[in-house]
Design a protein around this ligand. Structure first.
Ligand SMILES: [Fe+2]
Length: 138
């Protein structure tokens, strides 16, 4: 069990680090697409995907598999629907990440689409984190 998940400040710090990472990558990627540096953008996109897979998804997996959500549910069953919504956010982040990986494998990569996907993941992750903080941790 990861006790950090139960502590508001510690859990919020994890969220803040994820959001800072996303915004750092997105600034770089936006610069690369506006200056048409597609080779650089391609590498940044791969690193961004790696960041999602090593820093974001494992955190969400911990929340759902480490018993954190179950613990909340056992104490506050009225949050069942909220937990379902939060779990769906996890799925959406995985689905969009897979779409990004597929797009990167195409012969003609649609970079605008990839930047849009990265914005979607960032936004879902941000809404999700705030929602967790407001609903589960306060
Ligand atoms: Fe979280």
């Amino acid at each position: 069990m990861n006790h950090k998940l139960y502590d508001f400040k510690a859990h919020q710090n994890i969220h803040n680090d994820m959001m800072a990472g996303c915004s750092e990558w997105r600034i770089k990627m936006k610069q690369s697409i506006s200056s048409l540096e597609y080779e650089t953008l391609s590498k940044e996109m791969e690193s961004f995907i790696e960041f999602i897979e090593t820093d974001i998804i494992p955190h969400h997996d911990e929340s759902s598999q480490d018993g954190f959500y179950n613990q909340i549910l056992s104490e506050r069953p009225e949050l069942t629907e909220k937990i379902h919504h939060l779990s769906r956010d996890h799925q959406l982040i995985r689905i969009i990440t897979d779409l990004m990986k597929k797009e990167l494998q195409n012969d003609e990569v649609n970079f605008q689409k990839l930047v849009d996907y990265s914005s979607s993941v960032t936004l879902i992750n941000e809404i999700h984190s705030k929602d967790e903080e407001e609903s589960l941790l306060k």
